[in-house]
Design a protein around this ligand. Structure first.
Ligand SMILES: NC(=O)c1ccc[n+]([C@@H]2O[C@H](COP(=O)([O-])OP(=O)(O)OC[C@H]3O[C@@H](n4cnc5c(N)ncnc54)[C@H](O)[C@@H]3O)[C@@H](O)[C@H]2O)c1
Length: 422
């Protein structure tokens, strides 16, 4: 039976490599479409959790996993790929310490797929990466065994756009961009994802799909940097940036509202544009917007530490020895995701200045990051008045802002959470 027939009959078995924020929701979407799903992860704890239907991702409830127990199983053993008709790669694409892309996870996953690649198999790369990765890195490895792309197996790139914590757009409802190495590859990818997702957006090549994802994330990084700089400019001009933004946002066309804050976090916005600028450097082109946005956004934690220093100074208090309560350490509200969170930089910088830093986050009970191990304050009502200064970094919906305003002695609000806004 051909791959397209197997997909049509929901008899295709789907492998998903990397069961994180992207892979697990994708596994659920494919299982809900009727496919058997085999998840593969090097993290044995995640594998065990999936097999016990215990979700560790906010967007997927354990009940939802339990309802799909017959269709989703997980393993650390790549040999399961031998029984898979298609496989999606959802492994991390971080930066190395030097700031260069680290595609080693993609390489290792692709090398494993190559071992089990068989005729008729579809491989889809989902991890965000620089244009060219699918054809320059994945394709030669997959063809090493003698099978030919577009004839013996199919290869596509389809960027994941999941926004963790978001309720209105899900893996199923967010339009899915996909590019195939050949028309037959695209047809296979469209058929598989079209069965699980509402809208498929085909593009002419994997590189176009890779670039589309980087355009989306660069758009956000640049606009956030622009509005962060607007905050600095308004301060110089003695203007309230929030009033200015609200006024500008009343324009019914040609304006999109972005808001300043403590900096940027998560897996995508701080990192993905740097994949693009790295690639362009190899072509002797400087991606100036990306570099500037990175510089401005990365400097925001420092800006807020200066604000805290100034606020304490006004009360004739040094930062050194002051107790500072950081509210929220996750990079975005209503999630536990700490990756690249600017809260961690703020805590680190305050610690360097001798502050006694504590934090509260209803979603992050403890963390250990780069040798910084902390436990969330158990009792917010006690922690608020005990602090010399409260710094609001993450505007989790569960926070009671009236209580925070009432019980805090001094507040530095990086999110404008204490003011009514939409
Ligand atoms: N998190 C997001 O919001 C988001 C959104 C869109 C795109 N992306 C992109 O998707 C990719 C995955 O991101 P994520 O947020 O799901 O990461 P994640 O860290 O949550 O999950 C990645 C998973 O891959 C596993 N893994 C690592 N190496 C592996 C290997 N060789 N074999 C099998 N499993 C392996 C890890 O154990 C982990 O469970 C990245 O490229 C990211 O940029 C992320």
């Amino acid at each position: 039976m051909s791959l397209l027939e197997k997909i049509d009959r929901r008899e295709a078995v789907m492998g998903i490599i990397g069961l994180g924020y992207v892979g697990l929701p994708l596994a659920v979407a494919c299982a809900e479409a009727g496919f058997q799903v085999r998840g593969i992860d090097i993290d044995a704890e995640k594998v065990a959790a999936v097999n016990h239907q215990e979700s560790y991702i906010e967007d997927v409830t354990s009940e939802r996993l339990a309802s799909l127990a017959e269709r989703i199983s997980a393993t650390t053993d790549y040999a399961v790929l031998a029984e898979c008709d298609a496989v999606s790669v959802c492994v991390p694409t971080p930066l190395r310490k030097t700031g260069d892309p680290d595609v080693s996870y993609i390489i290792s996953a692709t090398d494993q797929i190559a071992r089990y690649l068989h005729p008729g198999m579809l491989v889809v790369l989902e991890s965000t990466t620089y244009p060219g990765t699918t054809t320059e890195i994945a394709l030669p490895r997959l063809e090493e065994g003698g099978l030919r792309v577009g004839e013996d197996f199919y290869l596509c790139f389809s960027p994941e756009r999941v926004d963790p914590g978001r309720k209105d757009w899900t893996t199923q409802t967010t339009p899915k961009v996909i590019g195939g190495v050949t028309p037959a590859c695209l047809a296979a990818g469209e058929a598989l994802y079209g069965a699980a997702m509402e809208t498929i957006v085909p593009v002419s090549s994997p590189a176009a799909a890779e670039m589309a994802k980087l355009l989306e994330n660069t758009f956000r990084a640049v606009n956030i940097a622009m509005v962060n700089e607007m905050l600095l400019m308004c301060e110089k001009l003695d203007l309230d940036v929030w009033e200015v933004i609200e006024a500008a946002a009343t324009k019914p066309f040609g304006f999109m509202k972005f808001t300043p804050g403590p900096g940027i976090g998560g897996h995508c916005i701080p990192i993905d544009p740097l994949y693009l600028s790295w690639k362009l450097k190899s072509l002797k082109f400087t991606a100036r917007f990306i570099d500037l946005a990175d510089e401005i956004n990365s400097a925001m934690p420092e800006y807020w530490v200066v604000q805290e220093q100034a606020a304490l100074n006004a009360l004739v208090k040094p930062v050194k020895g002051s107790q500072i309560l950081v509210l929220g350490v996750a990079y975005k509200k209503d999630t536990s995701d700490l990756r690249e969170s600017p809260a961690l930089d703020i805590i680190h910088l305050l610690g360097e200045k001798g502050a006694v830093v504590v934090y509260h986050d209803p979603y992050v009970s403890a963390f250990n990051h780069d040798g910084m191990a902390m436990i969330s304050e158990p009792d917010l009502a006690a922690a608020l008045p005990a602090a010399d200064c409260v710094v609001i970094v993450t505007d989790h919906s569960v926070y009671d802002w009236a209580q925070i305003a009432r019980q805090s002695r001094l507040v530095v609000d990086t999110r404008n959470a204490l003011r009514d806004r939409d």
